[in-house]
Design a protein. Structure first.
Length: 498
């Protein structure tokens, strides 16, 4: 019998209606392992009410005390990383090692947020006019909400709520209904760390729940990571409701390989960056832009490595790539491969025939490699979000730069070369938010900020780092003086320094 996955509202697990539920499946076996309640307006209203009630006290809590809660939460997270990774692997399908690594990248943001007393410091100018000082401060927004994707149920959640809460906000987390359990663990551990009830709430749900959050008048800001289509919807609807919005969308990440690149290093990097987590990463490399004759050598090195990928359930320590998230997504990725063949690309490695004994109902697919892909093809233009790598051949460096800059997505990119001048020029001219030089997945550390350009980001602020602090706070500038024994009389002009 399936277990039920609840909401977490005002410090307690709350069940919803059994008429509004969705199945949660183990992608390795295809079996339903639980059912999750989908929040209706009733549960969303309860969560917003709890957060609204908790906010005045929490926002007035000294930043140092807020950071101490996060320090305790960090300790609990560190002690439970294996448990957390196992939950992620079971519901998402990624390998235990990959799940644990992603949890660590989330933990780094918790560590950053622990420094919030320093991060919230304002600026002060003495004597801007005779006897007048001016200073700025950052204050919390109120109730914020975060909508996280299925591919990183822990990491993205930890990129959102710890920093938001550290800034003095209360938070409502809406995880993906495909892998919802980790969010409840995080919320429970925050309560264990001493977080007051109502400051962090979890509402499970689907698109209907998302729309309720976007339209709720009690929510001041929305943070989202997911596909570009949904990011556009969230940005448009939430901003029209006068909310601050941070909506990170899709990607089509290019790796530019120069003729002088170290091909062994490049091949190793591509295998991990393209096929890790079955390609279900917004930072996955999905296009190789090969300059001149390097393409032949690169494809020759890649093909046997892709064919020999160790694929299986994520809890097998020997496995390098697990299943895709769902039967529907597996079918979608397989259809893209068929589309690429019809469009005329050369399918060098076809992973669609993969079958695993004992896991015949799992959502498994082997790695695929296309060569001679043209920019006009759908497999080049659209985000596939699966273990499919496309090789595009270009005659020279300038053609490669133009190709990448003309693509509508601008999340991440990389250049592999030994030429420092080419790397410097690429880093400067490329119209992409995250750039790697001989680094295939340039996800920055927590004290820098994460975000793309063009159709990969809707809103003005990137995630975590100081950009995250700016998103979750509003700036106030104060100008003041204290009266002395003499009065200057009435002034009708704007005050100026004389």
């Amino acid at each position: 019998m399936s277990k039920y996955i609840s909401h977490f509202i005002n410090g307690k697990l709350v069940e919803g209606s059994k008429n509004s539920m969705s199945g949660v499946f183990n992608p390795a076996t295809g079996e339903e392992i639980s059912k999750v309640f989908l929040a209706t307006s009733k549960e969303v209203d309860q969560a917003v009410a709890a957060a609204t009630a908790a906010w005045p006290t929490w926002s007035a809590t000294p930043a140092l005390q807020r950071s101490r809660v996060l320090f305790r939460f960090k300790t609990i997270l560190e002690a439970n990383l294996d448990k957390l990774a196992a939950v992620v692997s079971e519901e998402h399908g990624k390998t235990i090692s990959d799940a644990k690594g992603s949890c660590m990248r989330g933990l780094e943001v918790v560590e950053f947020a622990c420094g919030i007393p320093h991060l919230l410091k304002g600026e002060f100018s003495e004597n801007i006019g005779k006897g007048i000082d001016s200073w700025s401060t950052r204050q919390a927004l109120g109730v914020c909400a975060g909508i996280t994707p299925f591919n990183f149920p822990v990491m993205i959640a930890l990129w959102m709520f710890p920093l938001s809460i550290a800034c003095g906000n209360c938070f409502i987390l809406k995880p993906s209904e495909r892998d919802p359990s980790a969010a409840l663990l995080l919320a429970g551990w925050m309560k264990e760390a001493g977080l007051p009830d109502g400051v962090l709430n979890v509402v499970q749900g689907d698109k209907n729940t998302v729309d309720l959050l976007l339209g709720h008048p009690g929510i001041a800001a929305i943070s989202f990571v997911g596909s570009t289509t949904v990011a556009q919807h969230i940005y448009t609807k939430a901003s029209s409701n006068f909310k601050r919005v941070q909506a990170l969308g899709g990607a089509k990440n290019h790796m530019l390989v120069m003729p002088d690149a170290d091909l062994d290093m490049t091949t190793d990097s591509l295998i991990g960056a393209a096929y890790g987590s079955a390609g279900e990463r917004c930072m996955a490399i999905s296009v190789v832009v090969a300059v001149d004759k390097v393409a032949d050598k690169l494809v020759e090195k890649l093909a046997p490595r892709i064919r020999s990928l160790k694929i299986g359930p994520g809890n097998d320590p020997e496995v390098e790539m697990g299943p895709l998230i769902s039967k529907q997504h597996l079918s979608k990725v397989e259809n893209y491969v068929e589309t690429g063949i019809k469009e005329g690309a050369k399918l060098v490695v076809d992973g669609r025939s993969l079958r695993l004994q004992g896991y015949e109902n799992g959502y498994f697919m082997g790695g695929c490699l296309f060569d001679h892909v043209q920019p006009s093809m759908r497999i080049y233009q659209e985000e596939i979000f699966g273990p499919v790598l496309a090789v595009v051949r270009v005659p020279n460096y300038e053609s490669a730069v133009n190709l990448i800059n003309n693509h509508p997505y601008g999340n991440g990119t990389a250049i592999f070369t030994r030429d420092g001048d080419a790397a410097r020029d690429f880093s400067s001219r490329i119209k992409v938010g995250l750039v790697g030089v001989n680094v295939p997945i340039p996800v920055p550390m927590a004290f820098h900020s994460f975000g793309g350009w063009k159709q990969s980001l809707y809103g003005d602020h990137h995630m975590h780092g100081m950009e995250g602090v700016r998103f979750y706070t509003k700036l106030k500038t104060i100008t003041g003086r204290w009266p002395t024994g003499s009065r200057q009389g009435v002034e009708f002009n704007i005050p100026t320094v004389k």
